[in-house]
Design a protein around this ligand. Structure first.
Ligand SMILES: C[S@@+](CC[C@H](N)C(=O)[O-])C[C@H]1O[C@@H](n2cnc3c(N)ncnc32)[C@H](O)[C@@H]1O
Length: 282
């Protein structure tokens, strides 16, 4: 039985980075009228109470959404992300009480006709997720293994899809599972957009994932990372990254434009670094 609960980490600096890139992806999909499927293989609970015991344990959100919430003049992409949080928090001058998970953020950007399919295996978070979207006919919550959905649900009837693969990295071979998931998903839908999140920490090296992706022959792979601690800091999570297969047009430039501001805001002491680069081109 896996024990990870995202409520301990909701709204931290890694969530913020992942969710802002997610918003960029969703906004790009919305530029065309045709409907799309949003598939979240590791969806979490949907929304998180930042006043809960779990979130209060380390108050990780203070270094994440806490830094962005009152930042003056955020870039447009950040404003769009903040709008999704404001939608859950009518009056929250100091800090939001509710932090939306990836699924709740995605729901904010869905149009009529778009669809969401969410997988969550933890019984408690799965129940919260079902409650969050109960009665919402555009959303289906599955108890299945999220990686299995990549095989059973792609390609979707819409012929357009954004897939978020966001595991908890409790298992030591999770990066291999991510690679297998990306490969299986891409085999079934070569035009799908896939975004896979990973932590940057000394004990977990994403170089193997990058090398395998290069060898796989999958084209159009973008990689971005944002660290707020030095990479060799032994303490824990130093940063996080995303592998994006088939990024929408000019996503690289959009991320490049955003990273300096985001890094300065999340790392006011100037620790860590950031990049966005192509792993494989056309
Ligand atoms: C990092 S959290 C997800 C956070 C969420 N995507 C967000 O951004 O708000 C990872 C979640 O995956 C769930 N999980 C772990 N293994 C899974 C699997 N094989 N299939 C589906 N869910 C899984 C965990 O219970 C956990 O809630």
């Amino acid at each position: 039985m896996l024990s990870y609960r995202h409520a301990y980490h909701a709204g931290n600096f890694a969530d913020v980075f992942k969710h802002i890139v997610l918003v960029l992806l969703l906004e790009a999909l919305r530029r065309k009228d045709k409907p799309f499927l949003y598939l979240d293989t590791h969806a979490g609970a949907g929304r998180y109470d930042l006043k809960s015991e779990m979130a209060s344990r380390n108050r990780e959100y203070l270094d994440g959404i806490g830094r962005l919430w009152k930042a003056p003049t955020p870039p447009a992409a950040v404003t769009a992300y903040l709008d999704a949080i404001h939608a859950l928090n009518a009056n929250a001058p100091a800090l939001p009480r509710w932090y939306p998970g990836s699924s709740r953020i995605a729901r904010h950007f869905l149009r009529r006709g778009d669809r969401m399919l969410l997988a969550e295996k933890h019984p408690a978070d799965g129940a919260l997720l079902r409650r969050e979207f109960s009665g919402d006919r555009q959303v289906r919550v599955s108890r299945e293994d999220g990686y299995q959905l990549l095989k059973s649900q792609l390609p979707p009837r819409e012929h357009r899809a954004l897939v978020l693969i966001d595991p908890a990295y409790e298992l030591c071979d999770e990066l291999e599972r991510v690679y297998a998931g990306l490969k299986a998903g891409h085999q079934r839908m070569a035009t799908g957009i896939f975004a896979a999140w990973y932590p940057v920490m000394p004990k977990l090296n994403a170089d193997g994932l990058r090398a395998k992706l290069l060898e796989s022959g999958i084209r159009r792979v973008l990689n971005t990372e944002l660290c707020i601690h030095p990479r060799d800091n032994p303490l824990g999570l130093n940063g996080s990254g995303l592998i994006i297969v088939n990024p929408p047009w000019q996503l690289d430039e959009a991320i490049q434009g955003l990273l300096p501001w985001l890094w300065r805001t999340l790392s006011p002491a100037g620790r860590g670094d950031h990049f966005v680069r192509w792993l494989a081109g056309e």
